[in-house]
Design a protein around this ligand. Structure first.
Ligand code: TRP
Length: 334
């Protein structure tokens, strides 16, 4: 608890360009959650280097992601928006927690298996202990809740196990975090293969709408979106491409699938696709406007980065010192 509010932690990597899926599935909810919880939203750049990065790109994208958090409507005076690498307590706690995590546990992580298959030439120790750093992120702020996608729930389970193990040995040190199961965001699939999730790392740029896509690009991508040859607008599993388009339309216009099916009864796919494109552009337009204003205000963004890193370091430091004492590190003489 901070000032009578429950604490919420979440993080996003700045690798790749954020997609409409990231926005409708996560970021949009973060804005709403920041009203209710004391939120820490981190740009987890330390996680990003588990895969080789181009340094200048990583730096640029991290700033762009943080700016986007604000452009999306998160108030940096309320929620703490900061770079993970600016708060050294993350690395320090991660080291300690490494010593309370078993190789066997990490070996079971499906994301590690997937990523090591994908990056067979660089299966580094950081990739293996990635979930421990993630546990440190969460536990440092004594987070009560953590909203994550299904692909991260195994990591969250591990964070809970580590917290309980530590508490069993040393007493109540960590809040055991709950996975956030409130109003879940829209699940957005690829426009080219509706069986796959829309992903920022998709090689096919037509598969994803990037948040920074201009209006023509958005329209063009929807025009090319994969549908089927049924020719009727219905919301059902047999028409996964169309179903995904309806989900996108609903998420952008706050309509229900039923209303949408009625609205477009008798229309062709071309007409519907155009309507989806317009609805998405209506959502992206204010985001773009706000983003380009913010981007120009370098001093403001710098101040947000500085102030929020200090705020995060304050809370993280409190937990870290407690942990250091528990495990037997000597106190620093004053
Ligand atoms: N691993 C998460 C992802 O790739 C990002 C992340 C890092 C995170 N630390 C976190 C999410 C802590 C929630 C809480 O999506």
């Amino acid at each position: 608890m901070i000032d009578g509010k429950k604490v919420l932690f979440s993080g996003m990597q700045s690798t790749g360009n954020l997609t409409l899926g990231n926005y409708l599935g996560a970021l949009k909810n973060w804005v709403a959650l920041a009203e209710e919880y004391e939120c820490f939203y981190s740009v987890v750049d330390m996680h990003s280097i588990t895969v080789r990065q181009v340094p200048a790109e990583l730096r640029k994208r991290a700033r762009s992601l943080l700016t986007l958090y604000i452009a999306a409507g998160i108030d940096p005076e309320k929620a703490c928006l900061y770079y993970q690498s600016h708060v050294s307590a993350h690395a320090e706690l991660a080291w300690i927690l490494n010593c309370y995590t078993y190789m066997g546990e990490l070996n079971r992580m499906t994301q590690f298996k997937d990523k090591s298959a994908k990056h067979a030439d660089n299966i580094n120790a950081g990739l293996f202990t990635y979930p421990v750093l993630m546990a440190a992120d969460i536990l440092l702020y004594q987070a009560d809740v953590v909203p994550v996608g299904a692909d991260q729930s195994q990591h969250l389970e591990l964070a809970r196990d580590i917290a309980m193990r530590f508490n069993n040995i040393y007493g109540d040190v960590f809040t055991v975090p709950e996975i956030y199961l409130g109003k879940v965001g829209a699940k957005i699939q690829s426009l080219q293969d509706p069986e796959k999730k829309m992903s920022k790392s998709d090689e096919n740029p037509n598969a994803s709408i990037y948040l920074m896509d201009d209006e023509d690009t958005v329209m063009r991508k929807f025009k090319r979106a994969v549908t089927d040859s049924e020719g009727v607008i219905l919301y059902r599993d047999e028409q996964p491409g169309l179903k995904n388009l309806i989900n996108i339309y609903c998420a952008c216009t706050n309509r229900t699938p039923d209303e949408t099916v009625k609205e477009f009864e008798g229309s062709g796919y071309g007409v519907f696709k155009e309507a989806v494109g317009c609805a998405v552009n209506d959502v992206l337009r204010p985001l773009h406007e706000r983003y380009s204003e913010l981007e120009k205000d370098k001093a403001y963004i710098d101040k947000v980065i500085r102030d929020n890193a200090d705020k995060a370091a304050y809370f993280a430091g409190k937990t870290l010192r407690k942990v250091q004492k528990k495990v037997g590190f000597p106190e620093r003489p004053r």
